[in-house]
Write a protein that binds this ligand. Structure first.
Ligand code: PEP
Ligand code: MG
Length: 590
């Protein structure tokens, strides 16, 4: 535990969910401490107590799964089902019983000891998915140990007032138990791309900062802190001035939220009458309603890999189909762009048996993997086609590098269509097919690619990483990750203008679209279709409704003549943002 200095200290983490909380900490230790190897007298009694404890843990987890199912739907519930499976693992539990009999030591010590061994193995894995499973095992072990010790679990509903829950990580169960509370924030030590914490925090509108490192394990309960989920800041012992500043921000935040809520049914139309379509990126089917309630005009990107991330086995055609048709029905009459699976690389899944690769970002991922495992790909295509009967579904292919891949996709799609026709299964015969432009090679042949497909969608997250040779998740080079780098703007200009010249639709679905400054740059380059995380839709609408296209176009033309990202940024701020402080400076916040 670290000693409180009383001085203001600012820690920078990853902004996981927007919002501000000024409150006191509640620290949640994840370690099951002091599990001693107590000798037991009767191994039969100990084994029986162990079995009972396991069955109680399973029951509690099943109950939580049912509650979560009700509140948030099947996808979240699956997270708990994974924990039920760990608790009920027969091989593991039999092994614990064998050791109880042989070593005459208490069950909680042996269980804890076994789980440490597995965690060590998984924790060293390069695979983010496997590392995430460590959290599930730790959660089950903590439950089991406290059951065996007869301890009452601290329920997180107990504390009063504005609270920032600080922990190395939080399980979905923790977050759910808390979701009834208002005035709550999370600060976690870890948090990666497959972290459920950030996702659930966003869906429940709980401000959160992740990736804060060791400080979350060192801080004690009852410390005065602020978390700033917009910037990813965790401020310990904030000074009077800082508190004043954040109180003011919170006040503006509420005013702005009220103002932005009024934009829900208003289109993003500029002052001189240009209409921009605003769609939502989602990972979970549950987010469709949130997206529509925030004014989305469709689902511009459904990252279908989430279906794989929640299950330990491969999803069936029916699993795919039920999710796609639910999204399509809920979003109707708006369009839904279903991106075929983008796993591989960092998102390695054990179900897919991908070899470990030396350079995963450049490896067997997304469409490359789908074209290797064609049967799996066809299952997904079949499910998407079956969900397309209302004619509001589009297929989007990730990580296209060359024309040959598109040709192969088209052949497979035709095969699946023919199979469905033979079986007299209905689908949208004219289902639009589009590709992501996120590999520089694809960007360079936009003129050729665009003729092969119905539409394009620019994935700026990957396009920037590959064009600038800057790993998008590596904090050591993040200072070089510049969406407004002149090279990126030139490339985007070429892609957008080429697609429009061919009369084809083009969207940006990378994070750039959700940043007001970058959105203005994209708009000035002629982009009229944006897709983004739903919570950012109101601020982009607000920004676009405040400007005139002709002014933005002129400013971006001027910005394109500048030499550095910083000069470009300053040019846009000076000529656009500063002229509309209400729309932008506050809009930056939400
Ligand atoms: C992108 O690369 O911009 C994109 C939208 O895809 P993802 O973030 O899922 O890689
Ligand atoms: Mg991408």
């Amino acid at each position: 535990m670290r000693l409180a200095t009383g001085r203001e200290e600012i820690y920078r983490g990853v902004p996981a969910s927007p919002g501000i909380i000024i409150g006191s900490t509640r620290s949640l230790s994840r370690d099951v401490e002091n599990v001693s190897a107590d000798r037991i007298v009767d191994s039969e009694v100990e084994k029986e107590t162990f079995r009972k404890a396991i069955s109680q843990v399973e029951k509690t987890l099943e109950k939580t799964a049912a509650k979560v199912f009700q509140r948030l739907g099947p996808e979240f519930a699956r997270i708990f089902e994974a924990q039920v499976m760990i608790a009920g693992d027969e091989v593991w539990n039999k092994n614990v019983e064998k050791r109880i009999e042989k070593e005459k030591i208490c069950a909680e010590y042996i269980y804890h000891n076994e789980s440490k061994k597995v965690i060590r193995r998984l924790g060293n894995s390069n695979d983010a998915y496997l590392r995430e499973r460590v959290q599930d095992i730790e959660a089950v072990t903590a439950r089991l140990v406290s059951r065996m010790r007869g301890e009452k679990r601290v329920t997180l509903r107990d504390f009063k007032g504005a609270t920032v829950l600080v922990a190395r990580y939080l399980t979905p169960g923790d977050i759910l138990a808390l979701s009834v509370r208002r005035n709550l924030g999370f600060a976690t030590g870890i948090g990666g791309p497959t972290s459920h914490t950030a996702l659930i925090a966003k869906s429940l509108s709980v401000p959160a900062v992740a990736g804060l490192g060791r400080i979350t394990e060192e801080i004690s309960s009852g410390q005065r802190v602020i978390i700033d989920g917009y910037k990813g800041l965790f401020i310990i012992n904030p000074s009077g001035n800082t508190i004043k500043k954040y109180r003011q921000l919170k006040k503006s935040e509420s005013q702005l939220k009220r103002q932005l809520a009024q934009l829900k049914d208003k289109a993003a139309v500029t002052k001189d009458g240009f209409k921009v379509d605003i769609l939502a990126n989602i990972e979970l089917p549950e987010e469709v309603n949130l997206a529509l309630s925030l004014g989305a005009e469709g689902i511009g990107l459904f990252r279908s890999e989430f279906i794989y991330l929640q299950s330990t086995s491969l999803p069936s055609e029916e699993d795919h189909f039920s999710i796609y048709s639910r999204i399509a029905k809920e979003a109707y009459p708006y369009p839904v762009y279903i991106r075929t699976v983008d796993v591989g690389g960092e998102k390695n899944l054990p179900q897919l048996k991908i070899e470990k690769e030396p350079n995963p970002a450049l490896g067997l991922r997304a469409i490359r993997l789908s074209l290797r495992d064609k049967d799996l790909f066809k299952i997904q295509l079949r499910a998407i086609l079956r969900a397309s009967i209302q004619k509001n579904v589009k297929i989007l292919i990730p990580m296209i590098t060359e024309i040959e891949e598109v040709e192969e996709v088209k052949l497979l799609l035709q095969e699946v269509k023919d199979e469905l026709k033979t079986k007299r299964i209905k689908f949208d015969e004219k289902i639009p097919l589009g590709v992501m432009i996120e590999v520089p090679a694809a960007a360079a042949i936009t003129d050729l690619l665009v003729k092969e497909v119905d539409y394009l969608s620019i994935g700026t997250n990957d396009l920037i990483q590959y064009y600038l040779a800057v790993d998008r998740s590596n904090e050591f080079v993040s200072y070089l990750y510049k969406p407004l780098h002149p090279s990126i703007l030139r490339l985007l200009k070429f892609i957008i203008e080429t697609a429009h010249r061919e009369g084809k639709e083009i969207t940006v679905c990378g994070e750039m679209a959700a940043d007001p400054l970058c959105a203005i740059a994209l708009f000035g380059l002629g982009l009229n279709k944006f897709s983004m995380n739903p919570i950012f839709i109101p601020r982009i609408k607000k920004a676009l409704r405040s400007v005139e296209y002709k002014t933005v176009k002129r400013v971006i033309q001027k910005a394109m003549t500048l030499k550095t990202a910083q000069e470009i940024e300053e040019c846009i701020i000076e000529n656009i943002l500063a002229k509309h402080p209400k729309a932008f400076l506050m809009g930056q916040m939400i």
